[in-house]
Design a protein around this ligand. Structure first.
Ligand code: PNS
Length: 161
């Protein structure tokens, strides 16, 4: 079975991430979307909320599993017997960060390659951080995120008021 891991912060998952999953789910038998336990990044949503939103947003795809991981991605890939890491690319500015990360992972686990997929042009400017900022300042971001995320963002904003 060809398993790929799509790792990330997913704070929260966006239509850009869903676009990448729609394209790559055709290439692998199973994709594990895995949320990193990141203690240094100041996340808006808890790990559990992020996992839940991904589950709700991907339930139309039958070969997607949702999980989380702690520590090195390379160890997690080995544990899951994954053959590839999936990452989305939007602009050239994404490239440098992604290239360093893929090289580091290649050194740590040479048998796994990173597969980069370009976002659709309509998603080029879609980022979790931009969405959070716009939503918290009252902007309508409903066209950029799955329904489940839009609802939860609304709830967070109400709580913050
Ligand atoms: O969505 P993000 O925040 O750009 O995702 C980054 C992520 C989670 C893929 C990256 O930070 C990661 O793999 N973290 C785990 C730690 C690790 O393995 N580091 C070594 C490779 S750079």
């Amino acid at each position: 079975m060809k398993v790929a891991v799509y790792p990330g912060s997913f704070d929260p998952i966006t239509n850009g991430h869903i676009d990448i999953l729609n394209k790559t789910s055709k290439l692998f038998d199973k994709i594990i979307v895995s949320v990193v336990h990141n203690v240094t990044k100041n996340a808006l949503f808890s790990l559990e909320e992020r996992v839940e939103m991904i589950k709700e947003s991907t339930n139309h795809m039958d070969n997607i599993e949702v999980d989380s991981f702690n520590g090195l991605l390379s160890n997690y890939l080995q544990e899951k017997q994954a053959i590839a890491i999936i990452r989305g690319l939007r602009t050239v500015s994404d490239f440098e960060y992604e290239m360093h990360m893929s090289m580091m992972n290649k050194m740590l686990i040479p048998e796994v390659d990173t597969i980069f997929i370009m976002s659709d042009s309509k998603n080029i400017y879609v980022s979790s951080s931009g969405i959070k900022e716009a939503a918290l300042l009252g902007g309508d971001i409903s066209s950029l995120v799955p329904k489940a995320v839009n609802m939860r963002l609304g709830e967070k904003i109400k709580k913050n008021d």
